[in-house]
Design a protein around this ligand. Structure first.
Ligand code: NAD
Ligand code: DAU
Length: 359
C-alpha cells in the first residue's frame, strides 16, 4: 500500500483532501500538522480511527521529525498543504510565513531527496525510486494582480505582492530548483480561492456567514469590487488527486473554477441566502497591497489531465451556507478564545471607509 505524507492535513483544504482520499483509495495517509490556530482535529473526527490514517503533531520545519517520518513510514508521495495561509496575518507578522512556507518546504524537499534518491550521496545522480512525487500546493496569488482583462496561465510572470504570496512563490521556486538541479519528480499546483466546509472564519466566505448569522457588521475592504475566481474545495481535492496520479513530472498546473465574482456580490448573496439586511454591510479600510483581480486559465489541466470543476458557484455556496447552519457548534468552538482577539486586532482599527459607502 502506498504511503502519502499530507502536511497541514488538519486545516481547511488538507482535511477535506484526507477524507476524500481515504474514501476513494487504499493509501496509507500520514498527516503531519502543527495544529496552529488554523489546524483543527475536529475537522477529521469521522476518520480519526481509520486504520489507514495516522496523525502526527509536529512542525514541517523540524528536521529530525521529518527524517524519522520518512524512515518509519516509507513515504512515497508528499502533498504539502502546510502553510501560513492568510494574507492579512502576513501583513501583521511576515516572519512566520518565511519560516513555515519557505524553510518548512525546503526541509520536506531535502528529506524527500535523501529518502527517494537511489544514490543519495552521489550529487551527479538524478535517479529516483519509482512512483515517488513531491506535490506542492501553491496558489494563484504567486502571479500577483491580473488587471482588468486576461487570465493567469502557467507562463504568467511571478509577481507576488503580499508577504504571504511572496513566501509561497519562494517555496514554488525551491520546488522547481529541486526538480531542475536534483531531478526530483515534482508537481506544483496553483489554485484560485477555495470555499466549502471547515474553512477557518478569517477568510471572506465563512467570516461573512458567521457575522451575518449573528447580525454583526460585514467588513468589506475598500470598494468591495476586487475579483476572485472561486472554486469549491471538493473540486480542488479532485484536481490534486488528478495531478498526483497523472501530472507530468516537473509541470505546473493552474486550477480554477471559471467563476469570477466581486467580493461585494458574494457578501450580498450570503445576506440574501440568510434572509438578512444589506444594512449589515460596512465598508472598511482596504487591505494594503490588495490585489484587484485574480482569474485562472485552466486549459492545461482540463485538456491534458481531463479535470474540470463539477460545482456551480450557486450550488456550492448554497451547500456551504447549509453546512454552516447544520454545524453551528463547529463555528462556535473555532470562534471562541483566541479568534476574538484576532478579530478585534484585525478589525477594530479598520475605521469605516466613508468614500466607499456609496458603492
Ligand atoms: P489553513 O490555514 O486552513 O491550514 C493550514 C494548515 O497547516 C493548518 O492545519 C496548520 O495547523 C498547518 N500548519 C501551519 N504551519 C505548520 C507547520 N509549520 N508545520 C505543520 N503544519 C503547519 O490553509 P488552507 O486554506 O487549507 O490552505 C492549504 C494550502 O493550500 C496552503 O498551502 C495554501 O497556500 C494553499 N491554497 C489555499 C487556497 C485557499 O483558498 N484556501 C487556495 C489556493 C492554495
Ligand atoms: O487565491 C488563492 C488564495 O485565496 C489563497 O492562496 C489564500 O490562502 C486564501 O486565503 C485566499 O486569499 P485571499 O486574500 O483572496 O482570501 P480572503 O478570504 O482573505 O479574501 C478574499 C477577498 O475578500 C479579498 O479580496 C479580501 C476580501 N475581504 C476579506 C476579508 C477576510 C474582505 O473584503 N473582508 C474581509 O473581512
Amino acid at each position: 500500500m502506498k504511503s502519502i505524507l499530507v502536511t497541514g492535513g488538519a486545516g481547511f483544504i488538507g482535511s477535506n483532501f484526507i477524507k476524500f482520499m481515504l474514501e476513494k483509495h487504499d493509501y496509507k495517509i500520514i498527516n503531519l500538522d502543527l495544529l496552529t490556530y488554523a489546524g483543527n482535529l475536529e475537522n477529521l473526527t469521522d476518520i480519526e480511527n481509520n486504520p489507514k490514517y495516522t496523525f502526527i503533531k509536529g512542525d514541517i520545519c523540524d528536521k529530525s521529525l521529518v527524517k524519522d517520518i520518512f524512515n518509519k513510514y516509507g513515504i512515497d508521495s508528499i502533498i504539502n498543504f502546510a502553510a501560513e495561509s492568510h494574507v492579512d496575518r502576513s501583513i501583521e507578522n511576515p516572519e512566520i510565513f518565511l519560516q513555515t512556507n519557505i524553510l518548512g518546504t525546503h526541509n520536506l524537499l531535502e528529506n524527500a531527496k535523501r529518502a527517494w534518491k537511489i544514490a543519495p550521496d552521489d550529487k551527479y545522480s538524478r535517479e529516483y525510486k519509482d512512483g515517488v512525487k513531491f506535490l506542492q500546493v501553491s496558489t494563484d496569488e504567486v502571479y500577483g494582480d491580473l488587471g482588468e482583462t486576461g487570465l493567469f496561465t502557467e507562463e504568467t510572470n511571478l509577481q507576488p505582492n503580499s508577504p504571504y504570496s511572496a513566501s509561497k512563490t519562494s517555496a514554488d521556486l525551491m520546488v522547481r530548483a529541486y526538480h531542475e538541479t536534483f531531478g526530483m519528480p515534482v508537481n506544483i499546483t496553483r489554485c484560485s480561492n477555495n470555499y466549502g466546509p471547515y474553512q477557518f472564519p478569517e477568510k471572506l466566505i465563512p467570516l461573512m456567514i458567521n457575522n451575518c448569522e449573528n447580525n454583526k457588521k460585514l467588513p468589506v475592504y475598500g470598494d468591495g469590487m476586487q475579483i476572485r475566481d472561486w472554486l469549491h474545495v471538493k473540486d480542488h481535492c479532485i484536481a490534486i488527486e488528478t495531478v498526483l496520479h497523472k501530472g507530468k513530472t516537473g509541470e505546473v498546473y493552474n486550477i480554477g473554477g471559471n467563476n469570477e465574482k466581486a467580493n461585494i456580490e458574494i457578501v450580498k448573496l450570503i445576506i440574501k441566502n440568510l434572509g438578512k439586511s444589506e444594512d449589515l454591510i460596512e465598508y472598511v479600510k482596504d487591505r494594503p497591497g490588495h490585489d484587484r483581480r485574480y482569474a485562472i486559465d485552466n486549459t492545461k489541466i482540463t485538456t491534458e489531465l481531463g479535470w474540470s470543476p463539477s460545482y456551480t458557484f450557486e450550488e456550492g455556496i448554497k451547500e456551504t451556507i447549509e453546512w454552516h447552519m447544520n454545524n453551528k457548534d463547529w463555528m462556535r468552538k473555532v470562534t471562541s478564545g483566541e479568534y476574538m482577539n484576532y478579530y478585534n486586532r484585525m478589525y477594530s482599527q479598520r475605521t469605516v471607509d466613508k468614500d466607499c459607502q456609496t458603492v
